[in-house]
Design a protein around this ligand. Structure first.
Ligand code: C5P
Length: 248
């Protein structure tokens, strides 16, 4: 495998203001394939960021993980369709009808991705909410259901990339956060894989936030990821993200 391609990388814009988000997007436009907006940013300045990113003509990943009755999710997807996001997420546990409603209301350029089980859920936590098939069984059921509903793929742990690739076939999207370049701090991504490992295991794209956002030299980090080299990465900050699911 050669180096990574910019389009295989998604930058998680986990910042508080639209100014910061847009300045990251300007800085890495053309060098990173897609820019991801999560709840943190969306709830503060969603419309501003979306319109700024649209003006910059960069591909948008709207990671709001919709989960509601089919009609409500369908209408929520319709509400964001004018922004023409390249990707948007729904919880696969909302069921086949809900996922199908999302697909049918999405803009034609949007790939709807399913979140199977959050990687913050441990085996014990999954069983405690009544998923008696455990993590593996639940992930398998949910991704099969997501495929049946017409989704374009899933967001999952790099540890699930191999099995998800089998479900989705060659063309499906298998998007993995929880990746850390060699030499980078783990933060709270306790079971991370490197970008290269995730892609070799079948991921189509990787999501990166802090390894770039908190880097002393973000451009150098990106370059090293694209070249798959190993350099010291970043000054780490305390974080609030919890990754619990154990290795397979
Ligand atoms: O900073 P870091 O690279 O850990 O950011 C990862 C991004 O991927 C964050 O936006 C986080 O919310 C998201 N994510 C994750 N693990 C999941 C699902 C999403 O880290 N299981």
């Amino acid at each position: 495998m050669g180096g990574l391609k910019p389009d295989q990388i998604i930058l998680a814009l986990d910042v508080d203001t639209s100014e910061e988000a847009l300045s990251w997007a300007k800085r890495f436009r053309g060098k990173i394939g897609t820019f991801k907006i999560g709840l943190q940013l969306y709830l503060r300045s969603g419309v501003e960021v979306l319109s700024g990113l649209q003006k910059l003509e960069v591909p948008i990943f709207l990671d709001l993980k919709f989960h509601d009755i089919p009609n409500t999710v369908g209408q929520a997807v319709r509400a964001v369709a004018p922004w023409k996001p390249r990707f948007l997420t729904v919880h696969a546990s909302g069921g086949e009808e809900m996922m199908a409603a999302a697909v049918s209301h999405a803009a034609k350029e949007t790939h709807v991705l399913g979140v199977t089980l959050l990687t913050s859920l441990s085996e014990e936590a999954v069983r405690a909410v009544g998923w008696h098939s455990g993590v593996d069984g639940a992930v398998r059921n949910l991704s099969t259901l997501a495929k049946k509903a017409g989704l374009a793929g899933v967001v999952c742990s790099p540890h699930e990339a191999k099995s998800e690739r089998l479900v989705w076939g060659e063309k499906g999207e298998v998007v993995t956060p929880g990746v850390r370049p060699k030499g980078s701090k783990e933060d709270d991504q306790a079971r991370s894989k490197t970008p290269r490992e995730a892609l070799l295991d079948g991921a189509s794209r990787i999501v990166l936030g802090r390894p770039i956002l908190k880097a002393a030299n973000p451009e150098a980090v990106l370059e090293s990821i694209l070249a798959e080299e190993s350099i010291p990465i970043h000054e780490n900050k305390k974080s609030d993200h919890i990754e619990k699911r154990g290795p397979k």
